[in-house]
Design a protein around this ligand. Structure first.
Ligand code: PLP
Length: 414
């Protein structure tokens, strides 16, 4: 296995880093853009854009099929991206299924692992703070198998109630689905401890790492889960890229989810011999250029050093929270002691969408709505929130511009 990259000793010059992102130079509605929607999708550095462009200009060919030079170059570059991503997550490349993102990754577990295994009487334990991508596939499995969904509740501060979670791990629970980091609250869940408790009880764990991998060092081996899903577009990579890491024993035992080219060794009308994992789960032509871009994104993040990224975002989060606390009538959802740079909030008397629209007029991009997490918003009894989500490329000056725009918008709506 490749060794994970060491964190560079010196923290990057963040002003220079920002200049790597061409889109951040944009004006929106005549104002310099303040992009606070990175939990939705991240912006891309020039090196990623160039890697995608370079692939189409110089190497474009299909993978794992042609023996000609372009075909070999494309295959090698694609497999190199898999190796880079595996090293980034500290897993083996042969355990990493490349796919279109977390949604596909979790559905792969649902259809290939859970559907054949679960039956009436079994329970799937899902945390209250999950994104719909880590709820709906389990509901579909439950409908088809007769299994039941049980909810692991949260506390008012947005942390998981761990005592309740462990009590809920009864013998009928076969699978646990939990986010590493909440896309609404920013809560960082203690997934290592949670997966250890699940393992002790023979429960298979699925961790949604969508909001973790872009913002902190993720060592999947040390988490000790059974499955870990990531999505590339939130970690500086292209859309339509992502991966599912799974324990080898699962990958070997699981039947394929989708059939077609690439995932076979031999096909006849008497039967088909499937390829070895991870290729067994990668039918059809993949998003080759996207994965070349994701490889470049991993290179980029490793050059920054994930420990530096996390420290930078923690500092930005503290500033953002301080500014939000000054706004009259503002309520923040989620006060976990360990929190990523995602802040959901509401301002008394102002609808989330109205505020987001007024902020957009000031060049500020935040998300408003339910953030694909209806059950979580139901817990707080609200129909929508605003969400400001940061990345290392944001600046303290942007936080001040955002705060001023928010004060102005609040006054207009008051
Ligand atoms: N899980 C979480 C926590 C997310 O934030 C998201 C995206 O917003 C997803 C899953 C779904 O990711 P994708 O749409 O890239 O598959």
């Amino acid at each position: 296995m490749n060794l994970p990259a060491a964190t560079p000793a010196i923290s990057p010059d963040w002003d220079k880093i920002r200049a790597d992102f061409p889109l951040l130079e944009r004006q929106v509605n005549g104002k310099p853009l303040v992009y606070f929607d990175s939990a939705n999708t991240g912006q891309k550095p020039a090196s990623v854009i160039e890697a995608v462009d370079g692939f189409y200009r110089r190497h474009n060919a299909n993978v794992s099929r042609a023996v000609h030079t372009l075909g070999s170059e494309a295959t090698e570059a694609y497999e190199e991206s898999r190796r880079k991503l595996a090293r980034f997550l500290n897993v083996g490349a042969d355990e990493l299924v490349l796919c279109s993102g977390t949604t596909f990754a979790i559905n792969l577990v649902a259809y290939s692992w859970a559907l054949p295994k679960l039956e009436a009487g079994d329970t799937i334990l899902v945390s209250r703070m999950e994104h719909h991508a880590n709820i709906v596939p389990w509901q579909l499995v439950a409908q088809r198998t007769g299994a039941t969904i049980k909810v692991a509740e949260i506390r008012e501060d947005g942390t998981l109630d761990l005592d309740a979670l462990y009590r809920a791990m009864t013998p009928d629970v076969k699978l646990l689905a939990v986010a590493h980091v909440s896309n609404v609250l920013g809560t960082v869940n203690p997934v290592r401890e949670i997966c250890r408790e699940a393992r002790r009880r023979g429960i298979v764990s699925v961790v949604d790492g969508s909001q973790a991998a872009p913002h902190r060092k993720v060592d999947v081996q040390s988490i000790g889960c059974d499955f870990y899903a990531i999505t590339g577009h939130k970690m500086c990579g292209p859309t339509g890229t992502g991966a599912l890491w799974a324990k080898k024993e699962h990958l070997q035992a699981m039947p394929p989810f989708i059939g077609g080219g690439e995932m076979i060794k031999e096909v006849s009308f008497d039967g088909t011999v499937f390829n070895d994992p991870p290729h067994k789960f990668e039918a059809g032509t993949p998003n080759i250029a996207g994965f070349i871009g994701l490889g470049a994104a991993v290179d980029y993040l490793e050059t920054l050093g994930m420990a530096h990224v996390e420290a930078r975002e923690t500092e930005l989060l503290a500033h953002l929270t301080e500014e939000l606390d000054k706004v009259e009538g503002l309520r923040i959802f989620g006060h976990a002691p360990e929190k990523a740079a995602v802040v959901s909030f509401l301002v008394e008397g102002a609808h989330a969408h109205d505020l987001a629209t007024l902020l957009d007029l000031e060049g500020v991009a935040v998300r408003s709505g339910q953030h694909c997490a209806h059950p979580l918003l139901q817990f707080y009894g609200v129909a929508a929130t605003l969400r400001a989500s940061l990345a290392f490329y944001n600046t303290h000056e942007e936080i001040e511009r955002f705060a001023a725009a928010l004060q102005k918008a609040r006054k207009l709506l008051a």
